[in-house]
Design a protein around this ligand. Structure first.
Ligand SMILES: [Zn+2]
Length: 243
């Protein structure tokens, strides 16, 4: 689909992503730059739905309970490291009948987690919304929702890889099969790459600022690191990396 630029605030898109569900239709009206909501409890909803069946309208995918389930699961993984026993309690709750209700009750018993939970949910929803914009090739006129991304090249002394990546590096040039003398560059990301729009922006910055199109990502440290290797023989940057 063609790229389009809309004058709709990010928060409104985010609400539509969150609330679109069975019986609750949200659509983007491309011409008038607004969001249309059609509720199936209205008498004339079928007529309204027929009216928006054109290329001028983009449907929001209907949310399914599975989405919420995944958000709860990723939240539990987040608390696992700090409090294994508590995480186990949450795991048990998700396996019971009415997992949503029980999850909420358990959160209610741990007020210290409540804020963390809301933040987590909001972050997941933001990522989902940004992915949705990327997939539908939509740009928003007000881009203030986009976090500022800084990429900084590290010198050899600054590079601190997570332990499990200490032996990770270039092994073989995919172009000429050379396997020695690679030059590696490391870059540090100011924010983590957690959705498709951020990923796209990182790609753009790497190309624009450093002329690098091929790079790998090392996550697990304080900050995510990008690595790029070059073959000394043929100058290719398509290098196979391994431990
Ligand atoms: Zn080569």
């Amino acid at each position: 689909m063609d790229k389009m630029k809309l004058k709709i605030p990010f928060e409104e898109i985010k609400t539509a992503v969150e609330q679109a569900s069975y019986g609750h239709h949200y659509l983007i009206d491309r011409k008038n730059h607004q969001i249309v909501f059609i509720n199936e409890i209205e008498n004339d909803y079928e007529k309204k739905l027929a009216e928006v069946e054109s290329d001028d309208f983009i449907d929001f995918e209907l949310g399914v309970p599975d989405d919420d389930f995944l958000i709860m699961e990723s939240f539990i993984y987040g608390i696992q490291e700090e409090n294994f026993e508590l995480a186990e309690k949450f795991h048990v709750v998700l396996e019971q009948k009415k997992p949503f209700k029980h999850f909420k009750e358990l959160i209610g018993k741990h007020p210290e987690l409540e804020e963390k939970w809301f933040k987590h949910k909001d972050k997941e929803l933001t990522n989902e919304t940004m992915n949705w914009l990327c997939i539908n090739n939509i740009e928003l006129e007000d881009e203030s929702f986009m976090p500022k991304i800084e990429i900084r090249e590290l010198n050899a002394k600054e590079v601190k890889l997570p332990e499990e990546f200490e032996c990770f590096g270039p092994v073989e040039c995919m172009n000429c099969k050379n396997n020695a003398g690679f030059k590696i560059r490391y870059f540090e990301l100011s924010i983590s790459n957690e959705n498709m729009l951020i990923d796209k922006e990182i790609k753009r910055l790497m190309t624009e600022k450093y002329g690098i199109k091929d790079y790998g990502t090392i996550a697990g440290g304080d900050k995510e690191i990008l690595t790029s290797s070059k073959c000394p023989k043929c100058d290719s940057s398509e290098i196979f990396e391994d431990f």
